[in-house]
Every structure is written in structure tokens, then in C-alpha cells.
Design a protein around this ligand. Structure first.
Ligand code: GCB
Ligand code: CA
Length: 890
């Protein structure tokens, strides 16, 4: 009996070789998802109504990380799917390959646990042969795959705490892989071969290919590993061979080396790629058994503590951005196309660098970097703090190893990083013995990760990105551990003065004279809707973001010892616990969460791109007060890398201006309605950009029949404009009332006073609205709001939100200067009258005016002769008004 089986097994192995080598196919469709745990294992009989039909990539936090309820679901989710396995795969090694699932995954096949993986940002491979049902003769056999996934907080798994949302789900592709019993050993979900270029120059490039071949068959087999290096035209430029004699159930390593002469070098300017195909071939039959491949780029690089970064012998300033895997409405479950497009957007900005932070991302990201010529740093997510347990250390080290093995072959990678700002929130009281011990343990873990990384890959550099507390990282010794120190610097944002940046950089250079450094983060929040003509820190305007980046780019370019800078962030991303102008979103992106560019993106294009560039940087909707001639002068930035640009308004040349640092600012006299802007530069004005601006001009004299009044949207207590493309409306800042025009009478701007860092308003989430900035600012104690509009039918909408609360909840940890904003709720009650008639009675905290909640009401008003006067009569405390809209009906 036993003998018979062996014979037929061997026979079948032979015939199996006739089939194609490794087969890999995605299994993203037809999954079912169950939120929450299930008692026992789910079976076909498990209540079907509790399962949702979904396809991958999938996250269960697409909506709850954005709503007004604090927190988001962190717990267990189940996935299930039927896979149909063909009879021909009987003698294949089958496995399920997950590109990533957050964060602890248990994979069951036909009710049995087949494997488990810890960590949400690296790939894993689960062999499933032993759990499959008996194969059909010629047919497909149905097998049930189930995945129990858990994104609950776990003190032993990085990341523990960070300024991004730990979305749960199988949010990357899943594949089924069928390989021969003799195949490359793709341990830790690696490609099974390591491609190294130990020596590269313009004259020659050494290629060293290493790997392991696994013989899971019961037969001793002689194989050859044949690798070809193919250039971009498909020409084989090197052939490498090894012969292996594999005992049954054994694995053997191989190492093969060849030299390519005059290699075409890889660089951001010319990302020339070769590729490698390595094949395992049965030495006696000539059958191909397995294949693995990777892109290959010939380049060499180094970091110098004084002179920065060098690529292929030339100095290159690394300028680029960080990037989170996050897209509006999709959470982190983003298809490859978005991953790829983001890299294209980064390249189109003129960047040559990406810090893939704070965790390894989809394989399509690094593939795009190789292709497009973007140098990359990748890191594991030990963010903000660690846990001093062996389990945490083991998980951190394992992730580091997975990251390196899985991504090793990408020519774009120059840095393996780990730990982000890991000394920002130490677990223990400052100066205590526990804290001292904690730092010793932390540095010890860093040393282990660092030496593991250097051992795995001596060809790249190690880096730790630190927050801007130089002394802390210096004194604990953490800054001495990696080969490069990254600094996340927010002078001009969390820290008040831009000048602090210069001092900080100088200090690094003096105190750590042998450590190369990169500014691994710098950025300022900008709500893409908010604009200001006098931008200031924390106003969240697009204009302040530009101002901030002007300062940083200048320093990064100027200082040779600064090897580079990575903007925080390429894209706006979800950070559930954030409040501010756009609750739950960190808006330091150059692109919005659905990838619309803000002006800072154009600023970088103008400064980094080599090909001629011009872009008008204003929004397509504007509003403002007309002067006596019914025009409204407003500044417009044109971004260009040309020395001079011209701006034209409705076909007429306004001015020819010199461009400075990529920007020329024009004062444009807008008229009511459509305004066509044209910017030109270059020979014969060949470079051009157009923009049609729809201008809501508020007439100088509201009752002049020549310039009829249509609508006014005012944010009280505010100095910004809010442009609302969806509703085609612009909110303008308040102004005091003057005869013939509009404005408030009396009162003052709401501020948080001494405790607040904000120029005005609050930065708390206002519930039940997406127009938080409108409600976050307020005029307090005003007596009236008046408009001298002509007789007619109007609609007045009043907006209120109580901004004082007893909420002393701490601000974000990143906001180092101000951990709490002390506030006390103020009691108030007031009436609102329009033209003498009471329209709101006793508005107070005990009725509609709840703290941090939007309340608005729309009131039709018939005006006879004297315009509109909205009066505020305080009963208790002071009256308030957050915003007002007046629209003429007829
Ligand atoms: C940082 C963190 C990053 C935050 C950023 C910010 O220093 O490394 O995760 O998102 O600051 O915007 O506060
Ligand atoms: Ca993918």
C-alpha cells in the first residue's frame, strides 16, 4: 500500500513539472465580512445576514474614523471566502499571500488554523496544503478560507500611539500561490532571491544574486539556477549560473556573481532599469521549476555629515515628502492605482525623495519609485513610545526583518529607518529613575534593530527620525545609534519662530559633527478651503502653508550638511483624534485627501521642476468688497520657474513681474462675475496657464441699482476667507459696519486668551457640521449686524456655536508648547431681533446653544426701506454670532 502511493507520487511529480512553474493569482473578489467576533469558528451555517459582501482591499473604518463620535472600531473582524482549487494543483505547494492586513491575522482553512501573523504593514505567506480538502479528479475543489483579524490596541505590537488612524482590515491584495515542491525559498514573504550590486562605477557593475532553493519533494534532484540580467531593450547583458544537488526535503543556498560593463546608471533624472530573471531548472529534464525576478538599478550612493548626499558620485539634495496610505472615503484600503498615482504626483512635483512613513506600504509604491526615479526611505512603526517587553522587542525586530527581506531588491531604497519620535512621550515622569531606565531600554532596543539592519543589508543606511528636542535624543544616546539622524522640525508651526530652525540645524552640526542628517518632517496645516491675505501661524490657510515652505526649502537648499528634507506630508490623512479646522484630518498635505493640489504643491513644482512650469495659484471662487469703481483688488500668486511672468486679466496685460523663489504676486482688480486670468512666460509667451475666477463682488453701495446685491456670507470673528466649491459660495471675514455697506456693531473677536496659541477662534471639533472654521470663530458682545440693502425679499441665516466649554482635554502630543487649553464654560442667554422683531428668543445653553455644536436657523425677511438690522439683546452674559448669510430672493 505505502509503496504504491510513493510510486504514484513520484510519477505525478514528473508530470507536474510539465505544468507552468509558479502560479500567482489575486483572490480579492467575493469575500464576506463580519464585524465583531464570532463564538467558535464561522461556518457556512453562521447567520448569513451578519455578513456583508465585500471585495478587497477593504477596511472596516472607512466611515467611523471620520464621524463625530470619538474613537473608531478597534476590535475583531472576520473575513471568509471560498477558494476553488484545481485538480492540477494536487502536487503544488499552495499558500495564501497577504500583502498586508492590520493587525493580527489568524488564517483558517476549512476550520483549521493554518497560520498567524502579527503586524499590520508587512506581507505574509501562509502555506495551506495540510488543510485542504482532498483534491477532485478533474474538477475544482471548494475550500473555505477564514481570516480573523484584530486591530485592537496591543501593548506588544508597534505602533502603540501615533498621529494617524490604525484602520483595521485586509486592506491590501491577497493572492493564492501555487508553486512546485522545488522552488525559491520565499521565507518571510520575500521574493526568494536577493540582488546585490556590491561594486558599481561608470565602467562596471557587479551583480551578485543570492538565494535559497527548497526541495520539498521526496526526491533527490539536481537543479541549475540560471539568472539573466536584461537591459531596458530586452537584451541579456549577463547570465549567471549555479548548480545544486538537492536532497529530498532539503534546502541549499546559492550565490552567483557577474560583471556588467559600462552599466547604464539609475538616478532620479534617468531611472534606467535592468531586470533580473532567476530560474530554477531541473538539470536532467530541462524543465523550469520556479522563477523569481526583480528590477535592478545600478547606482552607488553615500551620505556625508558635512556635504550631504551623493549619488553616482554627484551631490544630490534629497527633496521630497512623506506619504501616508490614506484616501478620502477609502481609509487605507486603496487600490494599487492610487498608490502608483501618488508616486506620479510626487515625481510631477519635482521631488526625488520619499520617506515612506511611518510604516512599509504597498509593494506598488516602491515599484513606482524604482520606475520613476524616487529615492526612498522605508521604516517600521515604533512610533512615540515602546513597551519594555521581550514580546514588543521581538515584534519590532521581526517587522524590521520582514521589511528588509521583502523590499531588498528595490534600487530606489537608500535608507532603512525605524522608530519615529520615540522619545516624545516617555512612559514615566520626567527625570524619574523609571524614565532613566526606560531610555536605557529604548536605546538598547534601537541598538539591536540597528545592528540587525546593518547585518542584513550593509549597502543601505540606517536612520531614526526624532522630534525636535535635540538634547533629549543626544543625552539618552539614541541619536548616536543610527547612521543618519532624521529630525522632524516644526519651527514656525508647533514652535513659534522660524528662526529656531536655523539654530537647531547649527546645533546638530556642531554637536553631532559626524552624523549625516535629514529633515525628515516639516509641515504646516492648511484646510484647502481657507485663505488669508495676512497669513499667520495656526490659521490653517493655504497661504500660510506656502509661507512656511518658503522658509524651509530655502534652508534645505542652502545648507550643505542638510542632506535633504521630506515634507510632512504629500497628502492630507486621517488622524482620528485630531480636531481643528477639519476634524480627524491632518491637513499638512500638499494635496488634499482626494488629491487636489494646494498652492504649496505648485510652490514646489516652481522650485524643483526642470522643465518650464507656470501655474496660477488662486482658487476659482472669490469674494470681496467693491470700491467706488466696483472693482476689488486681491493678490494672486503665479508659480513659475521662469525669470519673468506676465498676468493678463480679461485679455489685458496687468503686469510683467520678476519671479522670486518661484512666486510672482500680482494685485488683480477683479470685477463682478467672470474674470479670465492668463499667466504667460517664456519666448513669445509660449508658456501659459488660464483660470476663470467667479467673483462675488459685494457692491460698494449696497442699494445702488446699477450693482445689485445678491448674497453675503460672513464668518464673524474671522480674518480668513472660506471658499466652498461644492456650494459655490465664499465666506468672507467680518468688518465693522459703515453707512451704505455692511458689518457688525460692537463686540470683540473670540479668542482663547493667554492659554490659546490660536490667533482667534477655537480649534475644537464643532459637531454636526463640516464647516467647522465658520463656527470656530465668533464675535462676542456685538449689538448689531447691519446691511444697508434695498427693499425686497431676503433670507437671513444665522449660525451659532458655543465655544466656551469646561473641556480641558489635552491637545495633541505633537503640540509640545501647550498641552492643555484651560477653558471654562460661560453661561449666556440672548434674544435676536431682525428690524425690531424678535426672531430668536432666549437662545441659551439650556436650549439650542450647546457647547461645540453647530446651530443655525434661516429666517425670511421682508425689507421696506431701512435695510436689515440684526440686533442681539443679552439677557445673561454676552450675545454671540459665529456667522451670517444674507441672500436676496427678489
Ligand atoms: C510629527 C509626527 C507625525 C505627525 C506630525 C504632525 O512629528 O511624526 O506623525 O503627523 O508630527 O502633523 O503633527
Ligand atoms: Ca497592492
Amino acid at each position: 500500500m505505502f509503496k504504491k502511493i510513493t510510486v504514484s507520487l513520484i510519477l505525478c511529480f514528473c508530470s507536474a513539472y510539465l505544468f507552468a512553474q509558479t502560479i500567482k493569482q489575486s483572490i480579492n473578489t467575493s469575500w464576506a465580512f463580519h464585524k465583531g467576533d464570532i463564538a467558535g469558528l464561522p461556518t457556512a451555517a453562521t447567520d448569513a445576514s451578519a455578513w456583508q459582501k465585500i471585495s478587497l482591499p477593504h477596511s472596516w473604518n472607512t466611515t467611523d474614523a471620520n464621524d463625530d463620535e470619538p474613537g473608531y472600531y478597534r476590535g475583531i473582524g472576520w473575513y471568509k471566502k471560498t477558494i476553488y482549487v484545481p485538480a492540477q494543483w494536487k502536487y503544488k505547494q499552495l499558500s495564501l499571500f497577504f500583502e498586508g492586513a492590520n493587525e493580527v491575522a489568524e488564517v483558517y482553512v476549512n476550520g483549521k488554523l493554518a497560520g498567524k501573523h502579527i503586524g499590520g504593514y508587512t506581507a505574509f505567506n501562509i502555506p495551506i496544503n495540510s488543510y485542504l480538502k482532498p483534491f477532485g479528479k478533474d474538477s475544482l475543489t471548494a475550500n473555505e478560507v477564514m481570516v480573523k483579524l484584530d486591530n485592537s490596541h496591543n501593548e506588544d505590537i508597534p505602533p502603540l500611539d501615533a498621529d494617524f488612524t490604525f484602520y483595521g482590515g485586509i486592506y491590501r491584495d491577497v493572492y493564492i500561490v501555487a508553486s512546485n515542491p522545488i522552488a525559491f525559498d520565499s521565507e518571510l514573504a520575500s521574493p526568494g532571491i536577493k540582488i546585490k550590486t556590491p561594486a558599481v562605477s561608470a565602467e562596471k557593475g557587479d551583480v551578485l544574486i543570492e538565494g535559497m532553493v527548497n526541495n520539498l519533494s521526496s526526491k533527490k534532484t539536481k537543479v541549475r539556477v540560471i539568472s539573466e540580467v536584461v537591459d531596458a531593450d530586452g537584451k541579456i547583458v549577463a547570465k549567471l549560473q549555479s548548480a545544486l544537488s538537492l536532497a529530498a526535503g532539503n534546502k541549499l543556498s546559492f550565490s552567483q556573481k557577474q560583471t556588467v560593463s559600462n552599466p547604464h546608471l539609475w538616478s532620479p533624472d534617468e531611472p534606467y532599469l535592468y531586470h533580473v530573471v532567476s530560474r530554477i531548472v531541473d538539470a536532467s529534464t530541462g524543465q523550469q521549476l520556479d522563477e523569481s525576478g526583480s528590477a535592478l538599478g545600478f547606482r552607488w550612493f553615500s551620505f556625508d555629515a558635512d556635504k550631504g548626499f551623493f549619488l553616482n558620485g554627484n551631490p544630490v539634495k534629497l527633496i521630497g515628502a512623506n506619504r501616508h496610505q490614506d484616501f478620502q472615503g477609502m481609509a487605507n484600503a486603496i487600490p494599487d492605482a492610487i498608490n502608483i498615482h501618488d508616486m506620479e504626483l510626487l515625481k510631477a512635483m519635482g521631488a526625488n525623495f520619499i520617506r515612506i512613513a511611518h510604516y512599509p506600504q504597498d509593494p506598488s509604491v516602491l515599484e513606482a519609485c524604482d520606475r520613476l526615479g524616487i529615492l526612498a526611505s522605508v521604516e517600521t512603526p515604533e512610533v512615540n513610545r515602546i513597551t519594555e517587553t521581550t514580546a514588543f522587542a521581538d515584534n519590532a525586530k521581526h517587522m524590521q526583518l520582514e521589511m528588509i527581506r521583502q523590499n531588498f531588491n528595490h534600487p530606489s531604497i537608500i535608507i532603512w529607518a525605524y522608530m519615529n519620535e520615540v522619545e516624545i512621550s516617555p512612559r514615566y515622569k520626567s527625570g524619574s529613575d523609571e524614565q532613566k531606565k526606560y531610555f536605557v531600554n529604548l536605546v538598547n532596543l534601537a541598538k539591536q534593530i540597528d545592528s540587525l539592519t546593518r547585518k542584513e543589508d550593509p549597502s543601505r543606511y540606517t536612520m531614526i527620525p526624532c522630534h525636535g528636542d535635540f538634547d533629549r535624543y543626544y543625552n539618552t544616546g539614541l541619536a548616536a545609534v543610527p547612521q543618519i539622524v532624521g529630525w522632524n522640525l516644526y519651527y514656525g508651526w508647533y514652535a513659534k519662530d522660524f528662526a529656531g530652525l536655523d539654530k537647531f540645524l547649527e546645533k546638530h552640526h556642531q554637536m553631532l559633527p559626524t552624523k549625516p542628517m535629514i529633515i525628515t518632517e516639516f509641515g504646516a496645516d492648511a484646510d484647502s478651503r481657507l485663505h488669508s491675505f495676512e497669513p499667520v501661524r495656526f490659521d490653517k490657510t493655504v497661504e500660510y502653508e506656502v509661507k512656511y515652505h518658503q522658509y524651509y526649502l530655502d534652508r534645505i537648499k542652502k545648507l550643505p550638511f542638510v542632506a535633504g528634507g521630506a515634507i510632512w506630508n504629500l497628502v492630507d490623512f486621517n488622524a482620528e483624534q485630531r480636531q481643528e479646522a477639519t476634524p480627524h484630518i491632518n491637513t499638512k498635505g500638499l494635496l488634499t485627501n482626494d488629491r487636489q493640489p494646494k498652492e504649496s504643491y505648485f510652490f514646489y513644482q516652481a522650485n524643483l521642476l526642470k522643465q518650464p512650469f507656470i501655474k496660477i495659484g488662486t482658487s476659482m471662487l472669490k469674494a470681496g468688497n467693491g470700491n467706488e469703481n466696483n472693482v476689488c483688488q486681491q493678490p494672486v500668486n503665479v508659480y513659475s520657474n521662469q525669470p519673468q511672468v506676465k498676468l493678463w486679466l480679461n485679455g489685458k496685460l496687468l503686469e510683467n513681474k520678476t519671479v522670486q523663489e518661484g512666486i510672482a504676486t500680482f494685485n488683480v482688480p477683479f470685477v463682478s462675475g467672470k474674470n479670465t486670468l492668463k499667466a504667460t512666460a517664456g519666448d513669445g509667451d509660449s508658456l501659459e496657464d488660464f483660470m476663470a475666477v467667479d467673483f462675488n463682488l459685494i457692491p460698494h453701495n449696497l442699494s445702488n441699482p446699477q450693482t445689485p446685491f445678491t448674497e453675503l456670507n460672513v464668518s464673524l470673528g474671522d480674518k480668513r476667507q472660506l471658499v466652498d466649491d461644492k456650494l459655490h459660495q465664499v465666506w468672507i471675514p467680518e468688518q465693522p459696519y459703515t453707512k451704505g455697506s455692511w458689518g457688525y456693531v460692537g463686540g470683540e473677536v473670540f479668542t482663547l486668551g493667554q492659554n490659546g496659541q490660536l490667533p482667534y477662534g477655537s480649534n475644537k471639533n464643532i459637531l454636526e457640521t463640516n464647516y467647522d472654521p465658520i463656527y470656530q470663530t465668533q464675535r462676542v458682545g456685538l449689538s448689531d449686524f447691519k446691511l444697508d440693502v434695498p427693499a425686497g425679499k431676503y433670507e437671513v441665516t444665522l449660525h451659532f456655536a458655543e465655544l466656551t466649554t469646561n473641556d480641558n482635554s489635552p491637545q495633541l502630543v505633537y503640540n509640545l508648547n501647550n498641552s492643555t487649553q484651560k477653558q471654562t464654560a460661560i453661561a449666556r442667554s440672548f434674544d435676536v431681533l431682525i428690524n425690531g422683531q424678535t426672531v430668536i428668543e432666549g437662545l441659551s445653553n439650556s436650549n439650542y446653544l450647546e457647547p461645540l455644536k453647530a446651530y443655525s436657523t434661516k429666517i425670511p425677511v421682508t425689507v421696506d426701506a431701512d435695510g436689515i438690522t440684526i440686533s442681539f439683546k443679552a439677557i445673561t452674559g454676552q450675545a454671540i454670532l459665529n456667522a451670517v448669510q444674507v441672500r436676496k430672493v427678489y
